[in-house]
Design a binder for this molecule. Structure first.
Ligand SMILES: [Zn+2]
Length: 546
C-alpha cells in the first residue's frame, strides 16, 4: 500500500478519537486512561499518549499505534486495518470496491447458513449419516457450520431479488449458454472462513461415486485460495498460549483434530502449502508440526512445506505416525490420542528416514537435496547449526553445505545473504534508540551505548529506518511497534532489563554478521579450490564466543 495513503489516513485520525469509540477514556495528566480491552481488569492500566499517538497497557503489555489498535480490536491484518481506517477517514482507496465485498460476504453467509440449516434440521439424513460414520460430532458440525446442499440456492436468492451476476461473482453458480449450474449442488458443504471468521468460500464433497470428490470455490474478489488457511480463525486464538500449530491437509483432518482437543490446527486445503499461506501463518507462530498424509503425495507435500517454512526461519517438526495413514486415523484408532505431539520428529530426522543411504550415489543425491534446502535460509547461525548436525550424520565436512547448491552459478554468490540480519540489527538499534529518549538514567545508558558504537565506521553505521520510527510502515511488525510503546511507558527497572536484553541481542547479531562474512570467504575459497580449514576454525571460534 502507498506510503502517502497511510500517512494521509494517520494524519486525519487521532488514536484518542478512534479509541474513544471503543473505550471510555479518562484524562490523567497529559495522558488518557481506560480499562484495557485486551485483558480483564478493574482499575485502568490502558494508557494513551495523545502526543505520541501510541498506546500501552501496563497490565498486559499490549501496545502500538492506531493501526495496531484497529488490527487488535477488529481482528484484521495490516491491509484490512488500513482499509477500515481509510473508510473512517474518508480516504479513498482506489481499485477496491467495498460494496461488492460486502455484498459477496452476505451472499456467502446466507448460502452457508441455508445449507447448514438443511443439515442440522434433519432434512439431509444421508449427509448426517455420513458425518456420523466419519465420527464428526454435533458440536463440530456447528463450529464449522457444515451444511448439506440438497436444495438449489438460486430460487432462494431470487426471492430476495439478488442479482444472478452476484451469485456468479461469488462463485456459487456457473452460467452456461442454455442453463445455470449450481457449483455445490448435491454436496456436503464445508464453509471456508477468513482470519476474521467471515465465510469467504465453500468446499463441497460429493458422497456419490463417479463424480469429482471435492469442488471448491474459484478465486473471487473476497477469496484467494493460496492466501487462506482453513481453521486459522479458530487456531489463532490458541496460538497465544501455545506456539505450536499443526498443519494438516483437508477439512476432515482438521475437524477431527479439533474434536480431539487440538484446536491449534490449520489445513492448507490442497496438496501443498503455498508461500503466501506460510507467510500468513508466520504472523501467528514460529513452530509448525506438519501432519500430512502418510502416502507418496503427502510425503512430497511435506517436503515442499519444509522447504517453504525453512525459508521463513520456522521451527519444523513432522508427525511420524507409523502405521496410521493420517492424524485422523491416529486419533480415532490409537489408544492414547492425547499423545499426538510425542509422535513428532525433527524435519532433519524426517529427511533421513525418507532416504535409505545405502549406496554412495544415494548419499550424494541426499546431500545435494539438503544443500538445496539449506541454501535459502537467511539465518546463518541456524544454517550452521543444521549443517553441522546433518554433516555429522553423513560423515561430511559442514562447509559442504555452506556453498550454494550450484557453485558454478555466480549469481548465487552475489545474493545478499546478510540483508535480513542488517535489517534486524537496525530494528534492535531502533529499540535502543527508543530507550535513549527516556528522561531517567536508562535513557542516559542507552545514549552511552549508542555513542560507544563506532558510528563513523561504515560497517556499524546506524541508519535509522525512518519508516520504523514513523510507525506507519507495513513492514513494521506489530511486536516491534508494541515494544517501542512499552519502552516509552515502562518503569526504570523494566527499562533497564530491556536495555540489557537489546544490547546482548545487538552483540549476537554482530556475531551473526561475522559468521556470514566467513561463510562467504569459505564459499569463495571452495570455488577457487583452496583449503578452507583455517576459515572453519575461525568460524568455530566465533560461534563459541560469549
Ligand atoms: Zn491490558
Amino acid at each position: 500500500m502507498d506510503q502517502n495513503l497511510i500517512e494521509e489516513i494517520l494524519n486525519r485520525l487521532s488514536l484518542v478519537e478512534v479509541a474513544s469509540e471503543y473505550l471510555k477514556l479518562t484524562r490523567s495528566g497529559s495522558e488518557f486512561k481506560a480499562l484495557c480491552p485486551f485483558h480483564q481488569e478493574k482499575t485502568p492500566s490502558f494508557t494513551i499518549s495523545p502526543t505520541k499517538n501510541l498506546y500501552y497497557c501496563f497490565g498486559c503489555g499490549a501496545g502500538g499505534n492506531l493501526i495496531n489498535f484497529i488490527m487488535e480490536m477488529e481482528k484484521l491484518d495490516f491491509n484490512q486495518a488500513l482499509e477500515f481506517l481509510a473508510k473512517k477517514a474518508g480516504v479513498e482507496i482506489t481499485g477496491k470496491n467495498y460494496q461488492t465485498w460486502d455484498k459477496l460476504y452476505k451472499i456467502m453467509d446466507q448460502t452457508a447458513d441455508y445449507y447448514h440449516r438443511l443439515l442440522v434440521k434433519g432434512y439431509a439424513p444421508q449427509y448426517s449419516q455420513y458425518l456420523e460414520k466419519r465420527g464428526i460430532d454435533q458440536q463440530m458440525i456447528k463450529t464449522f457450520k457444515l451444511g448439506a446442499a440438497i436444495k438449489k440456492v438460486v430460487p432462494k436468492f431470487k426471492e430476495k431479488k439478488t442479482d444472478l451476476a452476484d451469485l456468479e461473482q461469488a462463485g456459487l453458480i456457473i452460467k452456461k449458454p442454455r442453463q445455470t449450474v449450481e457449483r455445490f449442488y448435491d454436496r456436503l458443504i464445508f464453509p471456508i472462513f477468513d482470519v476474521k471468521g467471515r465465510i469467504i468460500a465453500l468446499g463441497g464433497r460429493s458422497l456419490k461415486e463417479n463424480t469429482t470428490k471435492y469442488v471448491n470455490s474459484p478465486q473471487t474478489p473476497i477469496y484467494s485460495k493460496n492466501r487462506t488457511l482453513y481453521g486459522l480463525n479458530i487456531a489463532k486464538k490458541h496460538l497465544d498460549k501455545t506456539r505450536k500449530v499443526y498443519l494438516v491437509e483437508g477439512y476432515l483432518d482438521l475437524i477431527t483434530m479439533h474434536q480431539y482437543g487440538y484446536p491449534n490446527t490449520v489445513a492448507s486445503l490442497g496438496t501443498s502449502l503455498t508461500s503466501n499461506q506460510a507467510t500468513l501463518l508466520s504472523r501467528f507462530t514460529d513452530q509448525v508440526i506438519i501432519g500430512y498424509d502418510n502416502d507418496a503425495a503427502g510425503i512430497r507435500a511435506t517436503q515442499r512445506a519444509i522447504s517453504i517454512l525453512l525459508k521463513l526461519g520456522m521451527e519444523i517438526l513432522v508427525l511420524n505416525l507409523g502405521k496410521y495413514k493420517d492424524p485422523d486415523d491416529f486419533l480415532r484408532n490409537n489408544s492414547s490420542p492425547e499423545n499426538l505431539s510425542q509422535h513428532s520428529i525433527s524435519w532433519i530426522d524426517f529427511m533421513f528416514n525418507l532416504n535409505p543411504l545405502n549406496t554412495p550415489g544415494a548419499k550424494k543425491k541426499f546431500a545435494h537435496q539438503i544443500k538445496d534446502l539449506l541454501s535459502d535460509i537467511d539465518d546463518s547461525v541456524l544454517k550452521i547449526e543444521w549443517s553441522k548436525q546433518i554433516a555429522y550424520r553423513l560423515g561430511l565436512n559442514p562447509s559442504y553445505f555452506y556453498t550454494p547448491a550450484n557453485v558454478t552459478n555466480h549469481k548465487n554468490l552475489s545474493k545478499p545473504i546478510i540483508s535480513s540480519v542488517k535489517n534486524s540489527k537496525n530494528t534492535v538499534l531502533t529499540l535502543i534508540k527508543a530507550l535513549s529518549t527516556r528522561d531517567d538514567h536508562i535513557g542516559a545508558k542507552a545514549v552511552k551505548f549508542l555513542k560507544s558504537l563506532n558510528l563513523t565506521s561504515p560497517d556499524n553505521e546506524f541508519e535509522p529506518d525512518s519508516s520504523l520510527l514513523a510507525a506507519s510502515s507495513q513492514s513494521l511488525n506489530k511486536f516491534i511497534q508494541a515494544e517501542i510503546s512499552r519502552l516509552e511507558f515502562c518503569d526504570t527497572e523494566l527499562a533497564e532489563k530491556s536495555l540489557q536484553k537489546y544490547i546482548k541481542k545487538y552483540h549476537d547479531m554482530i556475531k551473526k554478521e561475522k559468521c556470514d562474512q566467513i561463510l562467504d570467504q569459505i564459499r569463495q575459497a571452495q570455488l577457487q579450490g583452496k583449503d578452507t580449514r583455517k576459515l572453519e576454525i575461525k568460524l568455530d571460534k566465533i560461534l563459541r564466543e560469549k
